[in-house]
Design a protein around this ligand. Structure first.
Ligand code: IMP
Length: 189
């Protein structure tokens, strides 16, 4: 089967591509010639995932899925959460987001945090949501140069390295996105 993954984020695309079984052919937004920015104006992670899917579904008559992700930090009342991409401003800079997060956590003893991903799938005019959660902590310094977003400062529980120090496969096995994706794949197969 062919299915569209509605993201412009090449890192997400790689993470999902490597885990997809061969018989599911993933089409990226580039593959279908969609270069517009997809709106994500909902106040919830699942709402944003659903909004992205609807936007594409209205323009393409094919199965489509999209994800939205937030980093919830306990000591900051679960911020940045749904606002993770624009935590330090509309320019959506990962470096600025991480700097602001480290600054806001200065002096806090509890650095526990979790990533939440929701995949929304639209197939046969039916929408289904799949959630994945990864518990961990925000480190005090940057470690690693793999991955994207907040990866250099997020250490999953049970590991002594950040997501940015893991291979794509290693991250995918335990990450919020990997967990949600496994549920999506089980539904599709
Ligand atoms: P969105 O799902 O693309 O809206 O992501 C929201 C924010 O979380 C962006 O700043 C992303 O860079 C960041 N983000 C999303 N997924 C991950 C991840 O797997 N690791 C680290 N940061 C992520």
């Amino acid at each position: 089967m062919e299915i569209i993954f509605a993201t412009h984020n090449q890192n997400k695309l790689k993470e999902v591509q490597i885990m997809m079984p061969e018989h599911i052919k993933l089409l990226s937004l580039d593959d279908i010639g969609m270069h517009d920015e997809i709106p994500e104006t909902s106040a919830t992670i699942s709402g944003n995932a659903a909004q992205k899917v609807q936007f594409i579904r209205q323009r393409y008559d094919m199965p489509v899925f999209a994800d939205d992700t937030g980093l919830e930090v306990l000591a900051l009342n679960n911020e940045p959460g749904v606002y993770s991409a624009r935590y330090a401003g509309e320019h959506k800079s990962s470096i600025d987001n991480m700097e602001l997060l480290l600054k806001n956590l200065e002096g806090k003893r509890d650095r526990s945090a979790r990533f939440v991903t929701v995949f929304a799938l639209d197939m046969d005019r039916c929408q289904t949501l799949f959630e994945g959660v990864c518990e961990g902590a925000v480190t005090e310094e940057y470690h690693g140069d793999q991955g994207f977003g907040y990866d250099p400062i997020f250490m999953p529980n049970g590991y002594d390295k950040t997501f940015a120090q893991m291979s794509l496969m290693e991250k995918g096995e335990i990450s919020h996105r990997g967990i949600a994706l496994k549920k999506l794949i089980a539904y599709l197969t």
